[in-house]
Design a protein around this ligand. Structure first.
Ligand SMILES: [Zn+2]
Length: 409
């Protein structure tokens, strides 16, 4: 284990110069498979009624077979801030990706000051696959592949903030590592959108609300279909020990189509009374994506479904909150958000299945946090948690009598 200052130094070197990885002939033993499926802004207040009504059968089956609960997030949570926390297990002020913009510049991987999980795994001979994880643009070298996600810049999305360039339209850095994989993806998956659709503006909506909402939701579903095809292709053709894939359309939909009532702040019947099922339907659609991913989950695979934060209708302190209106807004009529000063208002969520993970085990309260995911993954691979990590191994999800994680190195 190295000191913080030395590890920072190593990080800056290793991120730039990860060598070409070969198969480690000295370790023929199969390594555990871990898949993390991220869902931006999964809101349990919306998901739980769907589970009760049987409309999310795949997630229900994961809950039956695994551990689940709320996941404590950071203050003023947003996707780049939380995902960077999740994959480094360090405070936002430490890893440097404090929000969508840092010092007026769109957050990018060059700003990352702490070593991310994928780098640690790569250095330990574990193969890594990453797709559409927020704040991974420009992509970084890994022992496998990486396809960037939210904050990828491109045509009609020059700042990369909450918009969707196609793979062929990416500008200002690479969206695919290794670069040679891009042509393969274009051929076999198509020219997919890398992030979810930009939200319409108030001016776009005015007088055409229903048509704009329906067109937007159709685009969101197109993006999800493309993403499902991408995930399925990668899990089939490029199976890796560790895979991390993220969807972001649920959150985007919730911001302006959360099913609020006239009691809530910002209610406008011409928008908020048009498609009351728009936001819940995102999770029903997510459940189908989960079904596709579950086809790749065998008895020896760990699957973690994680959400970086929830999302709730606007609430008190909103106008006085220094974090209010800092992201997502532009000119969209936002009725729900997540960057509240108290992150406990909008906890994320966590679901886990895999060898040695308890069945139907509920994590009560906010004892598990976004800081704990990276240490828990390292634990599964038998790797020591480095000093800088702020989280802990979620030991309580493992069944002590059937603990099959890798031997410590
Ligand atoms: Zn959001």
């Amino acid at each position: 284990m190295v000191s913080r200052s030395v590890s920072g130094l190593l990080l800056s070197v290793s991120l730039l110069a990860i060598p070409v990885f070969g198969q480690d002939a000295s370790a023929p033993k199969a390594k555990p498979h871990v898949i993390i499926l991220g869902v931006n802004g999964m809101e349990l207040d919306i998901v739980r009624p769907l589970l009760l009504k049987g409309q999310m059968p795949n997630l229900a089956s994961v809950i039956d077979r695994g551990a689940y609960g709320k996941l404590r997030t950071v203050s003023a949570p947003n996707c780049p801030r939380v995902y960077s926390t999740l994959f480094t297990s360090t405070y936002p002020e430490e890893h440097g990706v404090t929000g969508f913009l840092v010092g007026g510049i769109t957050a990018n991987t060059n700003m990352l000051k702490e070593e991310p999980l994928w780098s640690m795994l790569s250095k330990n001979g574990i193969t890594v696959g990453m797709a559409n994880v927020p704040a991974t643009f420009p992509v970084m070298p890994v022992n496998g592949y990486m396809i960037s996600g939210m904050l990828t810049r491109g045509k009609n999305c020059e700042d990369g903030v909450l918009c969707a360039p196609k793979l062929s339209e990416v500008m200002g850095g690479d969206a695919v590592y290794p670069r040679s994989m891009q042509a393969e993806l274009l051929k076999n998956v198509g020219d997919f959108y890398i992030d979810c659709e930009r939200m319409p503006s108030a001016a776009d909506l005015k007088g055409h609300e229903a048509a704009v909402i329906d067109r937007w939701l159709a685009k969101v579903q197109l993006i999800r279909d493309q993403q499902t095809k991408l995930f399925d292709y990668l899990l089939t053709q490029h199976s890796t020990d560790f895979t991390f894939m993220v969807q972001s359309c649920e959150d985007r939909t919730g911001h302006w189509l959360y099913p609020i009532t006239p009691f809530h702040v910002g209610y406008n019947p011409s928008i908020n009374n048009v498609r009351l099922d728009a936001f819940p339907s995102q999770y029903i659609a997510f459940d189908k994506v989960l079904g596709t991913v579950l086809k790749h989950v065998d008895a020896n695979t760990y699957l973690f479904i994680v959400s970086d934060h929830g999302i709730k209708p606007l609430r008190e302190f909103e106008e006085k909150d220094p974090h209010a209106h800092m992201d997502h807004e532009k000119t969209t009529p936002v009725i729900a958000k997540h960057d509240f000063a108290d992150g406990d208002d909008v906890p994320g969520s966590f679901f886990a299945i895999g060898p040695g993970i308890k069945n139907d085990f509920r994590l009560m309260g906010l004892g598990a946090s976004v800081y704990d995911i990276a240490p828990t993954v390292l634990h599964i691979y038998g790797l020591e948690q480095p000093m800088q990590m702020r989280g802990r191994i979620l030991m309580e999800i493992f069944d002590g009598t059937e603990h099959k994680v890798a031997e410590k190195k």
